[in-house]
Design a protein around this ligand. Sequence first.
Ligand SMILES: Nc1nc2c(c(=O)[nH]1)N[C@H]1C(S)=C(S)[C@@H](COP(=O)(O)O)O[C@H]1N2
Ligand SMILES: [Mo]
Length: 410
Amino acid sequence: MRDLPRLPSSPGFWRSPLRGPWFTSVLGLVLLVGVTVLFVTGLVSYAAYNPGLSPVNDTTPDKGLLGFYLFAWPTGPVWLYRLTQGVHVTLGITLIPVLLAKLWSVVPKLFALPPARSLAHALERVSLLLLVGGGLFEFTTGVLNVQLEYVFPGSFYPLHFYGAWVFFAAFVAHAVLKAPAAVRNVRRRGRRTGELVSPRPDLPTVSRRGALWFVAGGSLLLFVTTAGQSIGGVLRRTALLAPHGGPDPGTGPNGFQINKTAAYAGITPADTHQDAWRLVVTGRTGTVRLTRAELLRLPLHSSALPIACVEGWSTADQWWRGVRLRDLAALVGYEDTPPDVFVESLQRHGAFRHTALRSNQAADPRSLLALYVNGEDLSPDHGYPARVIVPAAPGVMNTKWVARLTFGDL
Ligand SMILES: Nc1nc2c(c(=O)[nH]1)N[C@H]1C(S)=C(S)[C@@H](COP(=O)(O)O)O[C@H]1N2
Ligand SMILES: [Mo]
């Protein structure tokens, strides 16, 4: 035992017989596909906020060239953001065991000495620091945002957004360098050579395949305890890992998930009482003030639309009934195509009290200022007296307790 290496920098220090090119390569190829999907769905989610439209939507200042790909977010299919963001969050959580196993499998390299054998080797190690650091950062900030809800006041989006670009740049470099060898390693199952293989392995307690099944089992467990929050129906009850302890929506027409309650937002019955509340609509021809009773005398329309939050949860379609946004635009001088619209809530504080919608969203006949849901008045927690509901958009654009709509170029 005397000559057992004590320092993690000596190859013999790492004894697991599982480590080797095959194990690392299988995990690497899973991450190659998975992380690419995460990156794309993440960029898509950013585009869905219509960040170019208004500073209130864009919580990522100075994105510069990184916004090159932005496009006007479409209004259909209505489940679009439900799908992209459900995939983003569920896949991210599911990949956590794979990421951890992959890092475990290459940890001896972290301690390898000398720190750099050549300039190329030094550059490679720096890129690995960005890769590992960026990866851990993205997964951690993502999970914290979902689980703790906005632990980073106002700054999650820029952190996650810039982190994603750093991570993905290092990821692409790594994939270009390693993917061909990884494919070869997976094909040549038997070979047990290479720097990851321990020179003095312990006796195996589990096969490499068994270890992979263990990782896959962890991922499966996370998947089945997460996915239900965006699939809905009875499967919602299987979403054990979805954030809990939120307001209980109860049952009945308004019995679907509540993000922020009226009490949290500081909305009181005095604010929403029929004598106090007015909808103020402003546009080309001036300003119109409407009571809820006056709104109810305008043509009412119904749309079946979900709410899909950036946190990954979503609701099944609910039946909303109210006044079309484009009909409200017509009241203030936009008879043909409505322009962009700035939506403000009664709420006085908080990042989600206002949003900007693009003209394609205002123009869609399914976009409503909803007054009813599932045949009943909106409940206070779902935005009474009136809320916006827009097809395919992130939940945050469905402003509750609406007080003011300002149509015009933003
Ligand atoms: N005024 C206001 N509107 C808001 C919010 C808010 O905090 N304040 N939260 C938004 C977010 S993030 C989501 S996901 C949806 C959730 O709507 P729900 O609580 O009716 O399910 O409302 C949106 N509208
Ligand atoms: Mo949300």
